[in-house]
Design a protein around this ligand. Structure first.
Ligand code: ZN
Length: 73
């Protein structure tokens, strides 16, 4: 019986035996995995979505071309 190597959980820093068949790898538990996923979600989703919203809003609220571009002479 080969003993599993110990790895460190990225979420809680706990050392635990690495089980290649565990669905929560490389985390010690599903809870820690979800914590990390949630962390990524909130960071990754908030930035691009925010930028997208900004773009759309800017397009809608875009004022008419600046007066300098309107030349009547
Ligand atoms: Zn953990």
């Amino acid at each position: 019986m080969a003993s599993l190597p110990e790895i460190q959980c990225p979420t809680c820093q706990k050392h635990f035996p690495a089980d290649p068949h565990s669905p929560s790898m490389p985390f010690c538990s599903m809870r820690c995995k979800m914590v990390d996923l949630n962390h990524w979600f909130t960071e990754e989703v908030s930035l691009p979505v925010h930028a997208c919203d900004d773009l759309e809003q800017e397009e809608e609220q875009l004022p008419p071309p600046s007066p300098k571009e309107w030349r009547f002479d």
